[in-house]
Design a protein around this ligand. Structure first.
Ligand code: SF4
Length: 85
């Protein structure tokens, strides 16, 4: 399982989540070239260890455990994974 970043991140890209992730699986980081052009941040499902530390950091409640992603944002599950392919 993994956590998923959904629509509220678009145009927000706060990055507080990036700073608390123990396995550096949220990208792009501010120091990466892709940050400027990215519409949102993404979680690498293959690296995420499901710790949940990122969830309370998000000011717009954009991060959900896989099973709790709201119905209208289920497409973000693939969107997060695809960013890392
Ligand atoms: Fe990183 Fe933990 Fe959030 Fe997964 S749940 S993205 S490991 S902070």
């Amino acid at each position: 399982m993994a956590f998923v970043i959904a629509e509220p991140c678009i145009g927000t890209k706060d990055t507080a989540c990036v700073n608390v992730c123990p396995v550096d699986c949220i990208h792009p980081r501010k120091d990466e070239d892709a940050f400027e052009g990215a519409e949102q941040l993404y979680i690498d499902p293959d690296t995420c260890i499901d710790c949940g530390a990122c969830v309370p950091e998000c000011p717009v409640t954009a991060i959900f455990p896989l099973d709790d992603v709201p119905e209208e944002w289920r497409s973000y599950i693939d969107k997060n994974a695809n960013y890392f392919k």
